[in-house]
Design a protein. Structure first.
Length: 145
């Protein structure tokens, strides 16, 4: 499967381990952090994003940081959201109910100066995880600075 990268984010490597996909990305400096405008564009397609559980310094959900976090961190949550949509056993999202915790993820800087980050996301099916990555990257393309 060919994965087109957004012009501001390049996937350097995708690796699959036991139940965990690791994606190494490099971001252009002007797009290393999300903006409120970018998040607003994505919320129509991803209404579940604000409700994702998220370990951060500002609150218990992704909503606390989603409009000023790294683009790699946003990609992590888009991949999780896509996996929830694509997985046959996943229930439909409801804004009144919390998002089920089927997949966990983590994003860490490899080199902030170089715009390089590591995204790790759980998966149940490697092909669904790869399709989720592909779809998330396609959706990120609309956010080009």
């Amino acid at each position: 499967m060919k994965t087109d990268n957004p012009p501001f984010l390049f996937v350097e490597k995708v690796q699959f381990g036991a139940g965990r996909m690791t994606v190494l990305v490099r971001m252009a400096s002007q797009a290393a952090e999300t903006t409120p405008q970018q998040v607003r564009l994505l919320l129509e397609r991803y209404p579940d994003l604000p409700h994702h559980a998220c370990v951060n310094d500002e609150g218990p959900t992704f909503a606390a940081v989603m409009d000023h976090t790294s683009t790699a961190h946003l990609l992590e949550h888009l991949i999780i959201s896509q996996q929830l949509r694509l997985s046959p056993a996943a229930p439909a999202f409801s804004a009144s109910a919390p998002v089920p915790l089927y997949f966990r993820g983590a994003t860490t800087w490899v080199s902030r100066a170089e715009g390089r980050a590591r995204i790790e996301v759980d998966f149940a099916d490697d092909l669904i995880a790869l399709e989720a990555l592909h779809n998330a990257l396609a959706d990120l393309s609309c956010l080009a600075p």
